[in-house]
Design a protein around this ligand. Structure first.
Ligand code: SAM
Length: 348
């Protein structure tokens, strides 16, 4: 039986003003860390989940993290946990290729995703994620002040993409409302001076959209869309889920915490289809495949779990978090079929 030692990490993070792990007690309850088992933390971040797993049982964690700054900050945890913690400095979408190459197949007893960005990333203006404090318009999770970067930054997107392509990104990954007007204003403004700072973009969006709902900056969805695009967050999610399906052994637990509806829809459909429960989930789901394929997962909680009032008071960033969980069956993994998962198709 897994032991039930108190979960450390949450309090320490809160006091230090750093990332507070979201839905942590539910995550540990769903994963049930057990002695001598091995777990995958797909999104190491500040290591809050990893630490709680390693504190809950004498087990091992292998963690993905694409942010070099987070990897550097993990050095004390690596020293503390020694061979019980291994960090892979790469995107978790790579897990699919690894399992297809025969690495890690059926290796893990649990895998957890905590999607999106960490408080350290959001609260460091130099990373360019924030519409509230000024910084370079970057938003690449793999970017850090100390390392070379890859892929287009948010500034590259708004300064060089066609107006229609910018509108498409904003419409499909963020603010459906007036995405064309925002894209038009961006391409007009950049002819005078290219965007280089977060507040230049945030201010322009505010001018186009007005003040917005109370307590919500009008540029929230524009920044969300650009961040998701720049980091290919939904593509990573699909490949990460398919990788986890192959990497989990029978009885292994899949636990996913999402922060907005686009992510949650993909996770819900992935788990529902592979559990033979997708009826009513999607009219696009290929029911013929389901009817011939035995389920590779069994759903643990039919409804997603959300944060308690107490957690929301302690950590407002938990407000849109949803947890879904499933257990791997003995059946083989399904072929990866992107249709029916609800991933928006972008023009570019
Ligand atoms: C919400 S934080 C995770 C926080 C962590 N659970 C904790 O308790 O400290 C998300 C982290 O995942 C990382 N991340 C996001 N997408 C990733 C991907 N595709 N591959 C690897 N790391 C990713 C981000 O860089 C960020 O550090």
């Amino acid at each position: 039986m897994p032991r039930r030692r108190p979960i450390k990490g949450t309090e320490r993070s809160a006091q230090g003003g750093r990332h507070i792990p979201v839905l942590l007690a539910h995550v540990i309850e769903a994963l049930q860390p057990t002695k001598d088992e091995t777990y995958l933390d797909m999104t190491y971040g500040a290591g809050g989940y990893t630490r709680a797993i390693l504190d809950a049982a004498d087990c091992r964690v292998i963690a993905f993290e694409r942010d070099p700054t987070a990897i550097a900050a993990a050095q004390p945890a690596r020293a503390e946990f020694g061979p019980r913690l291994e960090l892979l400095a790469e995107p978790f979408g790579n897990l699919l290729g690894k399992t297809q190459a025969g690495d890690f197949t059926g290796y893990f007893d649990g895998a957890v995703f905590d999607l999106g960005v960490s408080s350290m990333q959001l609260d460091t203006p130099e990373r360019g994620f924030s519409f509230q404090s000024d910084g370079p318009l970057d938003m690449r999770m793999s970017a850090s002040m100390a390392s070379p970067v890859s892929g287009p930054s948010a500034a590259d997107v708004v300064n060089t993409y066609d107006e229609a392509d910018i509108a498409d990104v904003l419409y499909k990954l963020g603010e459906k409302r007036r995405s064309r007007a925002v894209a038009r204003a961006i391409t007009t403004r950049r002819t005078e001076k290219p965007f280089s700072r977060t507040l230049e973009l945030a201010e322009l969006v505010r001018k186009v959209l007005g003040r917005g709902a109370p307590g919500k900056h009008p540029a929230t969805r524009t920044f969300q869309a650009l961040r998701m695009y720049v980091n290919d967050e939904l593509g990573q999610l699909v490949e990460g889920l398919a990788g986890a399906e192959r990497a989990l052994q029978p009885g292994g637990r899949l636990v996913v915490v999402t922060f907005h509806s686009l992510e949650d829809r993909i996770v819900k459909r992935f788990i529902a289809s592979r559990s033979g429960k997708s009826q009513g989930v999607s009219r696009h789901m290929p029911t013929s495949i389901e009817s011939v394929r035995p389920p590779s997962f069994q759903i643990i909680n039919s409804r997603s779990l959300t944060s308690s009032k107490a957690e929301l008071e302690a950590n407002p960033r938990a407000r849109s978090a949803r947890l879904r969980a499933a257990v791997r069956t003995t059946e083989g993994p399904w072929p990866l079929d992107w249709s029916g998962l609800g991933v928006p198709r972008l023009k570019t």
